[in-house]
Design a protein around this ligand. Structure first.
Ligand code: ADP
Ligand code: ADP
Ligand code: ZN
Length: 214
C-alpha cells in the first residue's frame, strides 16, 4: 500500500497518516519530520532547510527529493508507506513517479484531505508539537492528557515557529501555487480520492479506511 497524503498545511495529513500507519502497519514518512529531525540534530541540511521553513517557503527540490526518495528504499518500506508532505510540487511528483517506475512500482492512492483556508489558521495556531518525538496535538480538538507535556514521551509541547499566523498565510499561498496542482496531477492518473477534512478526526479516518478497504 503506497499512499500520498495531499492537503493544505494543517489539514490533518499528519494526524491521518499516523492513524493509517498504526492500523495498516506501514511506516509514516513525513518530509517535515525528516527536516525537523535534521534541525534538532544541527546538521548542515537542517541549517539550510530551516532558513526556508521559517519563512513559510518550500525547501528547494535539490535538498528534498533525494533525501525523501532514499528513505523509501529502507527495509521498513518494502510493504508500502504513507507519504506525508511529499511530493509538494509537480517536479517532485514526477521524480517520485520515475523512481517508482524504475523499480516496477506505482502509487496506489493520493488522498486529499480537503479543508478550506478559513479553518486552517485555527488549526495551526492551536497545534502543539512535541519537541521529543514529534507527536502533534491540538489545544481544543486533541489536547494532551498531560497538559503541556507529550502523552507519548513526556517532553514539552511547543507552538512551531512556522505555525504563527503570519507564516501560516505565506504557507497557504505557497500551497495554492505549488502544491494544489498535484490534485489534478493525481486525478489524471486515476488515483485521487478526496475526503472532507472538516469532520471530526475519527470521521475523517473512517472515510479514509472505507476508501482503502473498498
Ligand atoms: P505541515 O504538516 O504543516 O504541512 P510539514 O511538516 O509537512 O508541514 O512541512 C513543514 C515545512 O517543511 C514546509 O513548510 C516546508 O518548508 C518544508 N517541507 C516539508 N516537506 C517539503 C517538501 N516536500 N518540499 C519542500 N519543502 C518541504
Ligand atoms: P498537517 O499534517 O496537514 O499539517 P496536522 O495533522 O498536524 O496537519 O493537523 C493540524 C492541527 O489540526 C493539529 O493540531 C491537529 O491536532 C489538528 N487536527 C487534525 N485533524 C483535525 C480534525 N479533523 N479536526 C480538528 N482538528 C484537527
Ligand atoms: Zn513526545
Amino acid at each position: 500500500m503506497k499512499i500520498v497524503m495531499l492537503g493544505a498545511p494543517g489539514a490533518g495529513k499528519g494526524t491521518q497518516a499516523k492513524m493509517i500507519a498504526a492500523k495498516y502497519q506501514v511506516p509514516h514518512v513525513s518530509s517535515g519530520d525528516i527536516f525537523r529531525a535534521n534541525i534538532k540534530n544541527g546538521t548542515e541540511l537542517g541549517k539550510k532547510a530551516k532558513e526556508y521553513m521559517d519563512q513559510g517557503l518550500l525547501v528547494p527540490d535539490e535538498l528534498t527529493v533525494d533525501l525523501v526518495i532514499d528513505r523509501l528504499s529502507w527495509e521498513d518500506c518494502k510493504n508500502g508507506y504513507i507519504l506525508d508532505g511529499f511530493p509538494r510540487t509537480i517536479p517532485q511528483a514526477k521524480t517520485l513517479d520515475a523512481a517508482l517506475e524504475k523499480i516496477g512500482e506505482h502509487l496506489d492512492y493520493a488522498i486529499d484531505v480537503d479543508v478550506p483556508d478559513e479553518n486552517i489558521v485555527t488549526r495551526m495556531s492551536g497545534r502543539r508539537a512535541c519537541v521529543g518525538c514529534g507527536a502533534t496535538y491540538h489545544i481544543v480538538y486533541n489536547p494532551s492528557k498531560k497538559g503541556e507535556n507529550c502523552e507519548v514521551c513526556g517532553e514539552q509541547l511547543i507552538l512551531r515557529d512556522d505555525d504563527k499566523p503570519e507564516t501560516v498565510q505565506k504557507r497557504l499561498s505557497v500551497y495554492h501555487e505549488q502544491t494544489q496542482p498535484l490534485i489534478d496531477y493525481y486525478a489524471g492518473q486515476g488515483i485521487l480520492k478526496s475526503v472532507d477534512g472538516t469532520q471530526d478526526m475519527n470521521d475523517v479516518f473512517a472515510a479514509i479506511a472505507a476508501i482503502l478497504e473498498a
